[in-house]
Design a protein around this ligand. Structure first.
Ligand SMILES: [Ca+2]
Ligand SMILES: [Ca+2]
Ligand SMILES: [Ca+2]
Length: 450
């Protein structure tokens, strides 16, 4: 009897260990195994299974339910569409403490109107609160937060208390009150290698709206976004200090302040290796105020414009930047840009091709419903031509992170010294003949008097 008991215990223990050690991760197929995406997530075992979705259009909304699983398409975002049209909610929701091992990969995410609060809608495409999932390789487009609600942020993606990873997505033509493309509050996400295009914020932050947040925003193309009535065409921030690294910020507009950037309410971002070109607003295209500061380094800030004079703003710091061709006298950068000191210059950067709005402005003007003025926007080719004054003109002491690349995916530093702007030019690294016999000190003096 005693022997039997011991045997049974041992058998139970072995069975338990076997179940744990040899659990087979299952790939669940939609619609073959589960007719809807949500029913697949309902069935999936957290930390173990994945849901793979076949091409098609799925009219549903998704909640990850806290599960550490990968939800991916078999054939990529163009062929696999989650459309929440008519369902009056966010398309995908993370609100149960999900971490980076909860993954959405390879979908078109559209038709969302946000949800989750009685009178306010947030997160048309993806709603993330107190969770930090991975959002990769999706097209998040034409999500439009309801206009009859009291407040609504994050047309494409809404982040609240989140350290999410958002990478390799196209976030395009979403509409919200704040943060047309992305909204973040109390968050520190990583937003890398995305196209953030033609989103509209009726209020602030056409591309990205940032509130009480930090985080890393790097290697994104942020272009043609619009903050209609207020400010921050590309990015609007308050009480925030994110790092903006190697982004191209092109052709964004706002109704009042900061066609490119609004930096307000004790914000203190760093802007490094960025190319900021062709942005437009009524007042200064980079607006910095309410005890805010901004450190610009190794960046190109050219051909931007503002229609009216400056109002009160705080002074940014510039080091090794090119400020050139900005609309004269009507913006901070053009009137007070410190060319000739701190490694700053004022020269045409010689882009391969300058951006052009096609003659009818950047982005779709909502006032004209019959024509999309954004359709002819050309965001140019902002790589540097041979002979550009921005080549090897960045901070000589700049050290890239291991594996860090420029916006085009090349090494961030070529020829021993970083270039200004988002794109590094790779070329033959011959020593300049005029510099051969100079000491480092004399070269330094020359560079500061450019
Ligand atoms: Ca246009
Ligand atoms: Ca229009
Ligand atoms: Ca270089």
């Amino acid at each position: 009897m005693r022997h039997d008991t011991l045997f049974m215990r041992t058998a139970t223990l072995v069975a338990t260990l076997t179940a744990v050690d040899f659990a087979i991760a299952e790939t669940l197929h939609v619609p073959a195994d589960h007719t809807t995406i949500q029913s697949c997530i309902d069935a999936a075992v957290s930390g173990q299974d994945e849901c793979v979705v076949a091409p098609g259009t799925y009219n549903e909304t998704i909640d990850f339910l806290g599960k550490a699983i990968t939800l991916r398409s078999s054939d990529g975002p163009e062929a696999t569409i989650i459309d929440a049209t008519g369902l009056n909610d966010s398309v995908i929701t993370f609100k149960s403490g999900e971490g980076l091992d909860s993954v959405v990969e390879g979908f078109t995410i559209t038709g969302g109107t946000g949800g989750h609060h009685p009178n306010t809608h947030h997160g048309g495409g993806i709603y993330i609160s107190h969770a930090s999932p991975t959002i990769i390789d999706n097209i998040i487009t034409k999500n439009h937060l309801g206009e009859d609600t009291e407040g609504y942020n994050g047309g494409g993606i809404y982040l609240n208390h989140s350290n999410a990873l958002i990478t390799n997505n196209t976030i395009e033509k979403n509409v919200a009150l704040g943060g047309g493309g992305i909204w973040m509050s109390f968050s520190a996400p990583t937003i890398e290698d995305n196209l953030i295009l033609h989103n509209i914020a009726d209020d602030s932050g056409g591309g990205i709206g940032i509130s009480y947040s930090t985080g890393l925003i790097s290697r994104n193309l942020i272009a043609g976004n619009r903050a209609g009535m207020l400010d921050g065409g590309a990015i609007g921030m308050g009480v925030s200090s994110p790092r903006l690294i190697s982004n191209a910020i092109i052709g964004n507009t706002s109704g009042i302040f900061g066609g490119a950037l609004l930096i307000a309410a004790a914000s203190a971002p760093t802007i490094e290796g960025c190319t900021i070109v062709g942005n437009m607003s009524d007042y200064n295209f980079i607006s910095i105020f309410q005890d805010s500061s901004a450190n610009f380094a190794n960046s190109i800030i050219v051909f931007n414009s503002s229609r009216k004079e400056i109002v009160s703003i705080d002074r940014p710091e510039f080091a090794h930047c090119d400020g050139h061709g900005n609309n004269v006298g009507q913006c901070f950068v053009c009137s007070a840009f410190p060319a000739g000191s701190g490694g700053n210059i004022s020269n045409d950067p010689l882009f391969v091709r300058n951006p052009s709005d096609g003659g009818d402005g950047w982005g779709d003007d909502p006032a004209t419903t019959d024509v999309d003025e954004g359709a002819n926007d050309d965001f140019g080719d902002l790589r540097l031509q041979l002979g550009s004054p921005c080549i090897d003109a960045g901070d000589p002491d700049f050290e890239p992170l291991p594996g860090e690349t420029d916006l085009g995916g090349r090494a961030r530093v070529s020829c021993g010294r970083v270039d200004m702007g988002a794109y590094e030019r790779v070329q033959n690294c011959r020593p300049r003949t005029d510099a051969v016999n100079r000491t480092p000190q004399s070269r330094h003096l020359e560079s500061t008097s450019d």
